[in-house]
Design a protein around this ligand. Structure first.
Ligand SMILES: [Zn+2]
Ligand SMILES: [Zn+2]
Length: 330
């Protein structure tokens, strides 16, 4: 017996969407994901038609979904993408990026490929090994996350982009929010809010149009549209911060028992935190004395310079760009 789509009632249902209790056909499912992205962009004013967007694309399934969703609603003349090679053996290999570039080109989007090495002078693996040899115990994910975010912001400024856009999904967002809650990091939690202003004029505001889309939905979307699914697992996965791993595990258990939990958590936080998030200050930051990038007031070094120093890198490559990346009025 063929089960028909709960939305159109005509086509065959191929997806069961647990959080809505609906069975959907391919077309209605894809449209449902796109609709949620459009609603999120509109609700928070994530970007406007005149904005130049810098997309951060990893080459994973979420990258393709982001490309497919964004190019339909935004002029490709105003979209440029950056892909950052981490420098982990066997991961984020050249073929993945080459394929990403090809698909992006079909959409009319150019992908600039860069790497953590190109920016800092060292690959992620080199940094991690150096840090560990020096007894500086810091997770590879911390190096990776902080570097990527910095590099993306650097390119956004260079291209004169109004927003950086990433493919973070609902699962990513809720995990980060809960980790911030558990750590008591209130400012971190508020900065995650889509209505929060950037901490500094030097930080290009970030937009996450897929933040209300489940990770299984981005995977299903990519599969249904025939996007590359080959995802190599990062060899550092077992070194992932254990708190985040535990949070992810616990959230999945609850989500399985009561579908829609992640969505409700993020909706609740969005509503609850909005007034406080809007009150956050822009330019409440100081500048790193080594590279000139923003850092918390009263701190000598920015987070990236600090963790690189932990790896024994006291003159990172990017500190040489200092004079060319800041205009005099900065
Ligand atoms: Zn349908
Ligand atoms: Zn710095």
């Amino acid at each position: 017996m063929t089960v028909l789509c709960d939305v159109c009632g005509v086509r065959k249902a191929v997806v069961y969407q647990a959080h809505s209790g609906r069975r959907l056909c391919k077309e209605c499912f894809v449209e449902d994901v796109k609709r949620r992205a459009r609603e999120e962009i509109k609700r928070w004013g994530l970007f406007g038609p005149g904005d130049t967007l810098l997309l951060g694309l990893s080459g994973g399934k979420d990258s393709y979904v982001l490309l497919d969703v964004l190019t339909e609603i935004h002029s490709t003349d105003k979209i440029v993408a950056v892909s950052i090679v981490e420098g982990i053996p066997g991961y984020n290999r050249e073929e993945d990026i080459a394929r990403l570039r090809e698909v992006a080109k079909d959409y009319g989007v150019d992908v600039v490929v860069t790497s953590i090495r190109e920016y800092t002078g060292h690959s992620l693996t080199e940094l991690v090994v150096r840090a560990w040899r020096r007894g500086y115990r810091i997770s590879p994910c911390t190096y990776c996350g902080i570097s990527r975010r910095r590099i993306l912001n650097y390119y956004a400024r260079m291209f004169g982009a109004h927003k950086t856009v990433t493919a973070h999904n609902l699962d990513d967002e809720v995990q980060t929010a809960v980790v911030n809650l558990l750590r008591g990091d209130i400012v971190g939690l508020l900065r995650l809010h889509p209505a929060a202003p950037p901490a500094s004029k030097l930080v290009i505001p970030r937009a996450k149009p897929l933040r209300k889309v489940y990770e299984w939905e981005t995977a299903t979307y990519a599969y249904l549209l025939g996007f590359p699914m080959q995802e190599t697992e990062c060899m550092f996965i077992n070194y992932a911060p254990t708190l985040r791993a535990r949070v992810r595990e616990a959230l999945y258990r609850v989500e399985r028992k009561s579908p829609g939990t992640l969505m409700r958590i993020l909706e609740t936080l969005d509503t609850l935190l909005e007034p406080a998030a809007r009150e956050l200050e822009t330019d409440g930051l100081g500048r790193c004395e080594r590279c000139g990038e923003p850092t918390s007031r009263g701190r000598r070094l920015c987070k990236l310079c600090e963790i690189l120093e932990g790896a024994g890198v006291v003159r990172p490559l990017y500190s040489a760009y200092r004079d060319i990346t800041f205009k005099p009025e900065d």
